[in-house]
Design a protein around this ligand. Structure first.
Ligand code: ATP
Ligand code: AMO
Length: 463
């Protein structure tokens, strides 16, 4: 029986449950409460000494002595809790008949799930009552991630992430894209810049792909009209921030363009509006569970995603008194400020900012035909932070080679890539999404490490 499926309809039924012992509370010598936890759900089990039910004082003692987090199997009958013992979160409880310990946990746990699952409001309450609660810091959690992952909120976060990833595949598949896998061992940097992990590849210098950028474009050169990939992305940036990882999951897409790069924005728009709707419907319980530990406001978004030009965005920021370099990139503060301004003016937490200056985009970005100081590119923002970059790409090999040199990229390192565009290439464009960032911002979590199963940041390679 699944703990999450137990409700009043199950009252009177005999069940067999395997789960972890979340908390254990003896009451005198004749009674013990064992709360079992499975995924996002918990249920209270009651052991009372009783000859009829075959529960001895020894068995109660055994239950009371179980270390937290032990894996146990319980046979019992679902019942309604006595009025005075009712807890806020559980509809039903289990009157235990038999209890077995399947695997005993170390009694000296480095952290407990009970502590790791506390919300800020519990700490506030404890301060008022004088109760002492253990606060588990982010680094301690990550050091003991296998225990930390067991909190209901973490169980929910990774279910939301999985739904998001699935929907991404499903939406693009149903829009005639096909899933591909590009190599992660490549000969040079894919985004330009120094943020690459270098390694040796059978005596040749190589690196881990900073994105599938070059090869997803090569797939278009290879005759596929629309492709997507879900895969690891490696960035050797020494960014110790709340939103940068050294390895993250990239959701990438690339497609032929018929008229202009707004066709790529249309895909992003359709995909995300459907994604948000899907998560709000399919992950109700998960979102409630996350909300209990990390309260957040539901996301505001429009049925048709707001599109603002870079110039409009800069004007809004300037009018609000923000000092900002014209034709420069938005720093984190400016992004957040713009997010607030857009929310006030347009009532949305999600928007596309298009037509960035060419100078702040990677070498492969198509310049604007009408004004080459700008580019056919866009970023997408969620609650005031970037979650997507996208653009039309240069498909003229001469212009591509020229732009690479202007951006300081060694010509020899991209020769094969550039040459690929000589054999007949349609205009094309695409976008890249950071999976962990989307989940972090959708749930308004404060740190990207919370949405990475085993995060890799500049300091962390274990567990
Ligand atoms: P991309 O790599 O596509 O640009 P990103 O969201 O990581 O995606 P960055 O350009 O790395 O964007 O950073 C965006 C902004 O975030 C930068 O303009 C910079 O101000 C800020 N930023 C980046 N790294 C750091 C850092 N280590 N510390 C503080 N702010 C940073
Ligand atoms: P970009 O470098 O902007 O674009 O990356 C795309 C998206 O990936 C996420 N992201 C990150 N997430 C976690 N940790 C990081 N260090 C990190 N860096 C980036 C962000 C970002 O928006 N090739 C282009 C995409 C394209 O044009 O198709 C690219 O890689 O959510």
């Amino acid at each position: 029986t699944k703990v999450g499926h137990l409700d009043e309809a199950a009252v009177g039924r005999s069940v067999l449950i395997r789960a972890r012992a979340h908390t254990i509370r003896p009451v005198g010598r004749k009674m013990a409460f064992v709360v079992l936890r499975q995924g996002m759900s918990t249920v209270q089990c009651v052991l009372v000494v009783s000859a009829d039910a075959g529960i001895s004082a020894q068995m109660v003692r055994f239950a009371a002595s179980l270390p937290k987090e032990s894996v146990v199997a319980v046979e019992g009958v679902v019942s309604l809790p006595k009025e005075d013992l009712k807890s806020a979160t559980q509809e039903v409880e289990i009157q235990v008949r038999k209890l077995y310990c399947i695997d005993r946990a170390d009694p000296n746990l480095p952290i407990t799930v009970e502590d790791a699952a506390r919300s800020e409001s519990e700490f506030v309450r404890a301060e008022q009552t004088g109760e002492k609660l253990v606060r588990v810091g982010q680094d301690t959690r990550l050091n003991h991630r296998v225990i930390d992952l067991r909190t209901p909120a973490n169980q929910a976060i990774f279910r939301v992430q999985y739904e998001l990833e699935n929907k991404f595949r499903e939406y693009l598949s149903s829009n005639d894209f096909i899933g591909i896998h590009t190599p992660k061992l490549i000969s040079g940097s894919s985004e330009g810049g120094a943020a690459v992990f270098k390694l040796e590849y059978n005596g040749q210098p190589a690196c881990l792909a900073q994105s599938p950028q070059l090869h997803k474009q090569l797939a278009i050169c290879g005759g596929f009209r629309g492709v997507f990939e879900v895969g690891p992305v490696f960035r050797a940036e020494n960014s110790n921030t709340h939103r940068h990882l050294c390895e993250f999951v990239g959701l990438d897409a690339e497609m032929e363009i018929m008229e202009n790069y707004f066709e790529v924005c249309d895909i992003v728009d359709g995909l995300f509006v459907e994604l948000f709707k899907h998560l709000n419907d399919k992950c109700k319980k998960e979102l409630q569970t996350i909300n209990r530990q990390f309260p957040f406001e539901p996301l505001k978004y429009l049925d048709k995603t707001l599109r603002l030009s870079y110039e409009e965005g800069i004007t809004m920021l300037k009018e609000a008194g923000t000092e900002i370099e014209h034709m420069g990139d938005l720093n984190t503060e400016a992004e957040k400020k713009l997010g607030r301004l857009v929310r006030e003016k347009y009532d949305t937490d999600f928007f596309i900012l298009y037509q960035y200056p060419l100078a702040v985009r990677p070498f492969y970005t198509m310049p604007c035909y009408e004004n080459p100081l700008y580019s056919n590119s866009f970023d997408v923002f969620l609650r005031g932070e970037e979650i997507i970059s996208g653009a039309q790409r240069i498909h003229d090999p001469e212009l591509l080679a020229k732009r690479a040199v202007e951006c300081g990229i060694e010509k020899s390192s991209i020769e094969s890539y550039v040459r690929s565009f000589s054999y007949g290439t349609p205009p094309h464009g695409g976008f890249g999404v950071g999976l962990e960032r989307v989940v972090m911002l959708f749930c308004a979590l404060n740190n990207i490490r919370k949405t990475s199963l085993f995060p890799r940041d500049p300091q962390r390679l274990v567990p």
